[in-house]
Design a protein around this ligand. Structure first.
Ligand code: ZN
Ligand code: ZN
Length: 370
């Protein structure tokens, strides 16, 4: 059956995926990761999947997303499942008659993979090449615009939230305020579980907000982002209530300078590990090398953590159009931590910092009313 033509941007992306499928003798590609099928089709339904063959796209979803399917992917064939997703996927693959089918092993549960293997006798399941992740690394003008709006919303919400901080408020209250202010500005959901971490809690790079309270002299670390049109922002700022202890003054300056040096090193053609090394070297020179315990940054787009990984582990080169976070940090167990994170677009001549919240040492000290 010949399908209707998809909108231009999806046609181009599907063409690219299909070229790669041909080269690798893959007859069908099964995609169950929401950001991936949104990228290829514009479909926003959850708990769904798509099957891409040389001539068709089949969307497998359920009744909750009938309206979305009609509106967004009228050009595909849509199958509505009555029960679980996997049996319907098996039926979709079987009716495609494809016998060499690629799946994304890292984006699918082991249980689903096993169920597919068992249910698809006579079909060879192979690992999909990383083509789609690589395509998503470089953003076009319209994607950059959406990320830019997600950044603006996160920044404006943060400024509004800062004005409402009072002594005695909990991390959870501040996180709720931040998320409320983002929603007011059009963010459909937080880009990820917002982090608000006070004092010792900020020593954990992936802190969870809890009952920690704002005190005079507190350190507060905020790591948050907005989602607009599916695209996300991811920012971190660390502030001090009233005054900054001498120890943290040195740490703050080490992190800030490390981040600025790394940003200055970003340019298409430069290896990820070399940018990470610039940031890490400065922090090491300041005496805190063993307290910078994570990679420098990550790709940002439809997923908050996506390819590439801006870390010592990757010798991949930066390409123009990539959007990466740059987020060095220093963590002192039991005391607190400082991280500063901005979102940066890679260009052929260097980079453009897309986020604009102030981060100077002077602006990191805030006044808070009782
Ligand atoms: Zn972050
Ligand atoms: Zn991040």
């Amino acid at each position: 059956m010949r399908q209707k033509n998809p909108p231009r941007q999806f046609q181009d992306r599907l063409d690219q995926v299909r070229r790669d499928m041909r080269e690798k003798s893959i007859q069908a590609l099964l995609i169950a990761h929401p950001a991936d099928y949104f990228y290829l089709t514009g479909f926003t339904g959850e708990d769904s999947a798509i099957l891409v063959t040389p001539r068709s796209v089949v969307v497998v979803t359920d009744g909750r997303f009938e309206g979305a399917a009609q509106k967004e992917v009228g050009w595909t064939s849509v199958r509505f499942r009555k029960g679980e997703l996997t049996p319907e996927l098996i039926a979709a693959v079987q009716s495609s008659r494809c016998t060499r089918v690629a799946i994304q092993p890292t984006k699918m549960s082991v249980a689903t993979r096993e169920a597919l293997r068992k249910g698809l006798k006579g079909v060879r399941l192979v690992d999909a090449p990383p083509t789609l992740s690589q395509m998503r690394e470089c953003k076009n003008a319209s994607e950059l615009k959406k990320i830019d709006i997600a950044i603006r919303v996160a920044e404006s919400a943060y400024r509004a939230m800062l004005k409402t901080i009072r002594i005695g408020q909990t991390e959870l209250e501040l996180a709720a305020r931040l998320e409320y202010e983002m929603k007011r500005r059009g963010s459909t959901e937080p880009a990820f579980g917002s982090i608000v971490a006070i004092d010792a809690n900020a020593a954990l790079p992936h802190a969870v907000p809890g009952q920690g309270r704002v005190k005079k002299g507190s350190l507060i670390l905020f790591d948050w982002g907005a989602t607009l049109d599916g695209y996300r922002s991811d920012l971190t700022r660390t502030v001090f209530v009233g005054s900054i202890p001498t120890k943290f003054k040195a740490i703050y300056e080490a992190v800030l300078t490390s981040q600025k040096k790394a940003i200055a090193a970003i340019c298409a053609g430069v290896r990820m590990c070399d940018v990470d090394a610039v940031a890490r070297q400065h922090i090491t020179d300041c005496g805190f090398g063993d307290r910078f315990t994570h990679g420098l940054g990550h790709g940002l787009g439809l997923d908050v953590h996506e390819s590439p990984s801006l870390s010592w582990r990757s010798d991949q080169k930066l390409r123009a159009g990539m959007v990466v976070t740059v987020e060095p940090g220093i963590y002192l167990p039991g005391l607190g931590g400082v991280r500063i994170e901005d979102d940066v677009r890679v260009t052929s001549k260097g980079c453009q910092v897309m986020s604009h919240l102030s981060k100077s040492l002077a602006t990191s000290v805030i006044d808070v009313a009782r």
